[in-house]
Design a protein around this ligand. Structure first.
Ligand code: SF4
Ligand code: SF4
Length: 173
């Protein structure tokens, strides 16, 4: 692997360049990364945390409210341009967790990663995880909001630690 060059694909590159970089890193280093004990442990912990986040969002009603919003009012939060906040490492995490990255947008007026049934990614940007729109703030109780915020924070924290571990690991491959 050519050290550094792929890690330099950051937020200022186009989403197509970042997706290509993530695929390239996955092809060249995916097997090594998946068998690295530190990365493997982080990936497992991260996946578990994401599963818990979705359970909390289902239990508190976030999933039902967002589904209603998307189906009945067209939704409004997965807007075009949010994909540009992703870097190649976060996209690589999606590949390591078994997700595919779309070759083209389903709807060019929306985020590149929005599929027919919602977000195609498992590892998402902090802004996607933390976003609580006015409707959610109005319809959820204080305890529900706190539960969602707590689990979201854990997810974002693990995301950060996993990304840092991956960058350190890729630097030495
Ligand atoms: S976060 Fe708010 S705007 Fe986005 S889908 Fe859910 S309810 Fe709709
Ligand atoms: S949740 Fe997914 S589809 Fe929505 S803005 Fe974030 S990455 Fe895009």
């Amino acid at each position: 692997m050519k050290r550094h060059s792929k890690l330099l694909i950051g937020v200022n590159h186009t989403i197509d360049e970042k997706i290509a970089s993530a695929h390239s890193m996955y092809e060249e280093a995916g097997r090594i990364l998946l068998t690295n004990p530190i990365i493997a442990t982080y990936l497992q912990e991260y996946q578990n945390t994401i599963t818990t986040s979705w359970l909390v969002m289902e239990k508190t009603g976030v999933v039902a409210i967002c589904t209603d919003c998307a189906v009945n009012t067209g939704g409004s939060c997965c807007a075009q341009g949010i994909e540009n906040r992703f870097d190649a490492t976060l996209l690589l995490i999606n590949l390591l967790l078994g997700r595919s990255l779309p070759a083209s947008p389903l709807d060019p007026t929306c985020c590149r990663f929005l599929g027919e049934k919602g977000c195609l990614l498992i590892a998402r940007q902090t802004i996607c995880v933390n976003y609580l729109c006015k409707r959610l703030q109005d319809e959820l109780s204080r305890d529900q909001l706190l539960a969602v915020m707590e689990t979201n924070e854990r997810e974002c924290d693990l995301n950060f630690r996993l990304e840092e571990a991956l960058k350190a690991c890729l630097f030495h491959i």
